[in-house]
Design a protein around this ligand. Structure first.
Ligand SMILES: [Zn+2]
Length: 304
């Protein structure tokens, strides 16, 4: 059976409060355990909401406005209103995911700050963001994250060494075909294995290759027909947990019918023979339907 890890990125206050509970119910109903990656610090999403997803996504796809999907509050957070501390206010929602058998990991302290700035920042800025994230995660959940996945697939050359130092065995910061061991900025093989997101996201597909939800389900299931390959699918509490939950249920059922076993990043990692994983430099790549560059194994350019 091929493993298909479900990596649930939770980016915002609203996504945590309103997107996680329906996903937990769906997973219970289907007997699925997934990996939730939380944003635990301030929600400074504000007007950056459009930049978390592909710019243009909402304009093209949504008939209703961004305001009705996210609420006025989200659009003002970090702009006119101070960003609410997600972990402090919504720890009980995160704890419910843990209690119901899901893997829990760290997505970001401040999602907007990391996504917009980490590529240009130095080691001490990066370590400070990670430390604040680890602390806020522990305060909210009473336990340490078992894995980590960078906001917006944005990293810098210091990330592999820092993830080793924080004790992670595996992380999902990148996009790509198969697991690899990144090189640290010193050129050593990192211990922490990268499990890249292998499939396109809903916001990348909708409005580009997929014109509607039926098309999206068909397209994604077309990419997973070969059930011998392990996959990682990234979903968002803000999308698949809210407006697109029926679409996501169709995907889960479809994947099971194809012979995939939807589960946690941990299940993908446990099935690996870590002794034979290639070492690769971290680099950037570009993807259809996504603006800007995302982290990947070597490919076109390596990080400075
Ligand atoms: Zn995110």
């Amino acid at each position: 059976v091929a493993r298909l890890a479900l990596k649930v990125d939770v980016d915002t206050y609203v996504g945590t409060a309103r997107g996680i509970p329906p996903l937990l119910d769906l997973f219970d109903r289907l007997g699925v355990r997934a990996t939730f990656l939380f944003s635990v610090g301030p929600d400074n999403t504000g007007r950056a909401i459009r930049r978390i997803f592909r710019p243009g996504f909402f304009g093209k796809v949504r008939r209703t406005s961004v305001v009705s999907n996210y609420g006025l509050r989200t659009l003002l957070n970090g702009t006119l209103l101070p960003g609410p501390q997600i972990g402090r206010k919504l720890g009980h929602v995160m704890q419910a995911a843990l209690r119901r058998g899901h893997e829990v990991g760290l997505h970001a302290y401040d999602h907007v700050a990391w996504q917009d700035r980490v590529a240009e920042r130095d080691r001490s800025w990066t370590l400070n963001e990670l430390d604040k994230g680890m602390d806020a995660f522990h305060s909210a959940l009473g336990t340490a994250p078992s894995t980590i996945g960078a906001a917006g697939w944005q990293v810098n050359a210091h990330v592999p060494e820092l993830e080793d130092r924080l004790g992670f065995d595996y992380a999902s910061d990148t996009r790509g075909e198969r697991p690899f061991r990144p090189l640290t900025h010193r050129g050593d093989r990192a211990r922490c294995v990268q499990l890249p997101t292998t499939l396109p996201t809903l916001d990348e597909l909708l409005g580009t290759v997929a014109t509607d939800v039926d098309d999206l389900v068909r397209t994604l299931l077309g990419l997973t027909e070969d059930a011998s390959r392990d996959q990682v699918f990234t979903l968002h509490a803000e999308l698949e947990g809210l407006r697109y939950i029926d679409c996501f249920e169709r995907l889960l059922v479809g994947w099971r019918n194809q012979g995939h076993d939807p589960g946690r990043l941990q299940d993908n990692y446990n099935a690996l023979d870590v002794a034979v994983i290639d070492a690769q430099r971290l680099g950037w790549t570009e993807l259809p339907g996504r603006t800007g560059r995302v982290a990947a194994a070597h490919l076109e350019t390596s990080l400075p």
